[in-house]
Design a protein around this ligand. Structure first.
Ligand code: ANZ
Ligand code: ZN
Length: 888
């Protein structure tokens, strides 16, 4: 009966929790704490990564809840997405049924793990009640000017007749397809047809409108890991630089200004040509009267610029260098990207890799204008010198360092300061069935018209298996009337990227049943930001950038006050097995329930700091299991135990202090998310309780308090075990709703007492070792006389530059001790800088008296603790914080 088997009690406690509504969060919270884990994609089963992610949020949520906060810890389902269509195809079902089956299974698994969610707020993104608000928000963004339909170069599968996301294109060896000169070719993930690149009209959210703010806001996100902030900075790719205007003439254009973007203004004298992208307006203008240019522009349309190498075409136009007045040739070149900077560059072959490659290919001059400083050799002419250095061949700027030259050149008339970003607008349309229909009607007369709010949701029609986009193939869905003119019109058949669903789900949890808006703005202002958000680092840019964008957009629409959604972000590390990331595809996965749900969740917390990767080892799992058994066994024994004491003695005070210390230490570790240290502390504490109980009949009140403390401190990480213990102690269930324990007494400097006990125990061990006494009969621990503590205190306070010995001996009670005092004072003076804090002699004595049982228990000897007296043999040896020890 003293064996703990969580599988037998899980169900029972889940029911108790549900009946008591422990995890339900009130709408009107006084002390709101929002703890959130990234909701799972409905793949069908939980994996170890989920368990780890949610064990972290659950531990913290439970801890805060027991501490008195109103905690919101919700859960839901990221339920739309392509894999469901794929699964439906393979299993001859439909995406909806498949997804619902997955949700049922995963919800059951989450329950078994003992995670405490407010299920009354569960959300499922494929519910019309949810995606209706995706559509509503799309409409608000559209009205705000944050939605755009624009041409984009996309991956297209001619066989499936659909656009593919980059992630849906696979690389295969070239021999599987024919017409490609590279080693690999890109094919459709589903039918393996080589994909084409097509220019298609797609829907975008213009996230780039927020590029600057998203970039600057990262500086204030002190609660986010630096790594994530760096990844976002990089992704946004803010570049300070300058635009230089060139005048272009010839080939049908006259005195046309072309802006080029550069980060290397200092190299402007080295510009030997001008190049524009095939999509640049100038290219179109020049193509008009020039067949070669027209042919090149045509050829490059739909070519991946990565494949274009140094290709390009010379035009009939020339550009005037704004500083030298020189005439430069003008090229259309695919290495110049349309959507970077201004889509035009000054070519500086001497100092830029791509310009150099282009110049070599097209026989253009290479003019060095920056020389390396110091002993560095320039790699020119074989390769460009791309570093900063000193200017040469640059007119009045000669001799300046690069940075100084850039600063001076900024004042030139042809130059304006400019910032560009790498961030692109967010392409949200997908030619897929299992997603939110884009709520737009295309009318031959009115153009794009939003579906009116009162007609939302535009519901997904029933799924029919077809090739291509099932929505486009469904005439009943497509054919509609225009909301504006009432004439015949067609529905948009694209659905939204599922990242749209997850960009605001954390707001829906706040008012899950509201049917007048996606969320209640007032509630949202109370609850935001999310206090702690936990999830994998793989979402560093996409999801975590999108929620930052959405929050800002919603604020600008007037639905929110806050502009940042998340205060503190934790990216949990990876669970490894045999040195590799645990995953089904690698065949090294362990199912979350294989070793018992609670043991597993406890182990993933015990193994490492949440951020750290760790290796799954059966040995460590079984240690955790043993710990569960120990804790449970102690309570069972206590219940059936006859002999307890009702009078307290000295050593009970030691236990009381350790209980208080453990509460303080563990609370601090919970606060810092160091659950692995919580577990180490509790293991130490459990060992102490066991020893205490074994030493002699325990004092009933102190021991029961110890066990209660253990149960409450365990509750956030081992919820079933804690409930069983709490129940065994005849406390009112559930412990999940109990108060967090507080220390009875705050003993200042208890740390010093503990250290004193630890080092004294170590000293006794050393002595028994050295003098080889296996089985000592008696141990005498002798605390130094008061005057030494006094001298020690004076030395610690003394100014080390003054005569320390003199200061010590000046004290009457120390000075009285003559020779002994002189010797001791000299010794203290030598160590004055390294004297650790100590407690007074009487407290030292008391501490060791209360800990005497530990010595007795460990060494099986009689223990005496006393203070040295005059003429005492051991008086000379005893020092503050270092009692003399005598063993027989
Ligand atoms: C002249 C120059 C001289 C440049 C030099 C660099 C070095 P990074 O380097 O990543 O910060 N650039 C500008 N617009 C471009 C476009 N649309 N397509 C391709 N390249 C473009 O990027 C800034 C540099 O990228 C710019 O500075 C420009 O080349 C090039 F010694 O201008 B530079
Ligand atoms: Zn295909």
């Amino acid at each position: 009966m003293s064996h703990y088997n969580p599988a037998e009690v899980q169900e029972y406690w889940q029911q108790v929790w549900a009946a008591e509504g422990v995890y339900e969060c009130p709408d009107d919270a006084d002390d709101p704490t929002y703890v959130l884990g990234m909701f799972p994609y409905t793949s069908g089963s939980l994996h170890m990564g989920h368990v780890r992610n949610y064990a972290i949020t659950d531990a913290y949520a439970r801890y805060r809840r027991m501490s008195g906060d109103d905690v919101l810890h919700p859960m839901g389902w990221d339920a739309f997405g392509l894999p469901a269509e794929n699964a439906a195809y393979d299993r001859d079902t439909d995406p909806e049924s498949w997804t619902r089956t997955c949700i049922d299974r995963m919800k059951d698994e989450l329950r078994t793990m003992g995670f405490g969610y407010d299920w009354s707020r569960e959300i499922t993104t494929c519910d019309p009640d949810y995606y209706r608000w995706n559509q509503w928000l799309f409409a608000r963004l559209y009205e705000e000017g944050l939605v755009e339909k624009a041409g984009a170069t996309v991956n297209w599968c001619p066989d499936c007749e659909t656009v593919l996301a980059d992630a849906q294109v696979s690389e295969v060896e070239a021999d599987q397809a024919d017409d490609h000169d590279h080693g690999t070719t890109e094919v459709c993930w589903r039918c393996e047809t080589p994909v084409e690149r097509r220019e298609l009209d797609q829907w975008f959210f213009t996230i780039t409108d927020y590029a600057e703010e998203l970039y600057q806001g990262l500086d204030d996100l002190g609660g986010w890991p630096d790594s994530v902030r760096d990844i976002q900075r990089n992704w946004i790719g803010r570049r300070e630089g300058a635009e230089i205007t060139f005048a272009v003439d010839g080939g049908g254009v006259a005195d046309r200004a072309v802006e080029t973007f550069t980060t290397r203004l200092d190299t402007v004298y080295g510009a030997t040509f001008l190049a524009v992208s095939p999509g640049h307006d100038l290219a179109a203008e020049l193509a008009d009267g020039d067949e070669a240019v027209a042919a090149y522009v045509d050829e490059m349309r739909g070519t991946d610029p990565e494949d274009a190498d140094a290709s390009g075409v010379e035009t009939a136009a020339t550009a005037t260098h704004p500083l030298t007045g020189e005439e430069l040739p003008v090229y259309v070149a695919a290495y110049v990207l349309d959507d970077v900077g201004t889509g035009a560059v000054m070519g500086v072959p001497a100092h830029n890799e791509r310009d150099h490659a282009f110049a070599v290919e097209h026989d253009l001059p290479v003019e060095a204008v920056v020389e390396p400083l110091g002993d560095d050799e320039s790699p020119l002419p074989d390769a460009p010198f791309t570093g900063d250095g000193m200017l040469t061949n640059s007119g009045e700027y000669d001799g300046l360092a690069s940075e100084a030259a850039r600063e001076r050149l900024r004042d030139h008339d042809a130059v304006t300061e400019s910032v560009t970003y790498r961030l692109r607008d967010w392409l949200i349309s997908r030619q897929r069935y299992w997603g939110t229909p884009i709520p737009v009607v295309d009318c031959p007369d009115c153009g794009h018209v939003l579906v009116p709010d009162e007609d939302l949701p535009v519901e997904l029609p029933e799924y029919v298996q077809t090739t291509g986009n099932p929505l486009a193939a469904n005439e009943d869905f497509v054919e509609t009337t225009c909301p504006d003119c009432g004439g015949p019109a067609e529905r948009e058949t694209d659905t939204m990227d599922t990242f749209v669903d997850s960009s605001w789900y954390f707001l829906r949890y706040l008012s899950p049943d509201l049917d007048s808006a996606p969320f209640d703005s007032e509630t949202a202002d109370e609850w935001l930001p999310v206090d702690v958000y936990v999830g994998g680092e793989e979402h560093a840019v996409l999801h975590l950038l999108y929620i930052r964008f959405f929050t800002r957009a919603l604020a600008d629409i007037g639905l929110l006050d806050r502009r940042e959604p998340v205060e503190r972000l934790i990216n949990q590390g990876t669970v490894l097995h045999s040195g590799q990331k645990m995953s089904k595809s690698k065949g090294n996965a362990i199912a979350p329930h294989e070793y018992g749900a609670e043991t597993t969740r406890l182990f993933v917390l015990a193994a490492a700091h949440p951020r750290q990767d760790f290796e799954w080892t059966v040995k460590d799992v079984s240690n955790v299991y043993d710990f569960q058994q120990t804790c449970y066994g102690m309570v069972q024994d206590f219940r059936s135990r006859e002999s307890v004491r009702t009078e307290s003695t000295d050593h009970d005070a030691y236990l009381e202090r350790e209980i208080d210390r453990t509460i303080a230490a563990v609370t601090d570790e919970y606060e810092r998310f160091r659950f692995h240290r919580v577990i180490t502390e509790l293991q130490t504490f459990a060992r102490l309780l066991r020893r205490y109980r074994g030493y002699e009949a325990p004092y009933k009140y102190a021991y029961a308090r110890g066990l209660r403390t253990l149960a409450t401190l365990l509750a956030p990480i081992a919820p079933y075990l804690a409930e069983e213990m709490w129940h065994g102690l005849e406390e009112e269930a559930p412990v999940a709703g109990a108060d967090w324990p507080t220390p009875l007494q705050d003993v200042p400097d208890y740390r010093i007492e503990r250290e004193l006990i630890r080092t004294t125990l170590a000293d006794v061990r050393d002595i028994t070792d050295v003098v080889d006494i296996d089985d000592p009969d008696a141990i005498e621990i002798v605390v130094a006389q008061d005057w030494k503590h006094r001298a020690y205190g004076i030395a610690r306070d003394a100014n080390p530059d003054d005569a320390v010995v003199g200061q010590i001996l000046d004290d009457d009670r120390v000075g009285d001790r003559r020779d002994a005092a002189g010797e001791y004072a000299a010794d203290l003076a030598e160590r004055v800088a390294e004297l650790e804090p100590i407690v007074a002699a009487d407290r030292e004595l008391e501490t060791l008296e209360q800990a005497a049982w530990l010595f007795e228990d460990e060494f099986g000897a009689d223990v005496t603790v006393r203070q040295a007296g005059d003429g005492d043999d051991l008086a000379a040896k005893a020092r503050p914080n270092k009692p003399a020890i005598h063993i027989e």
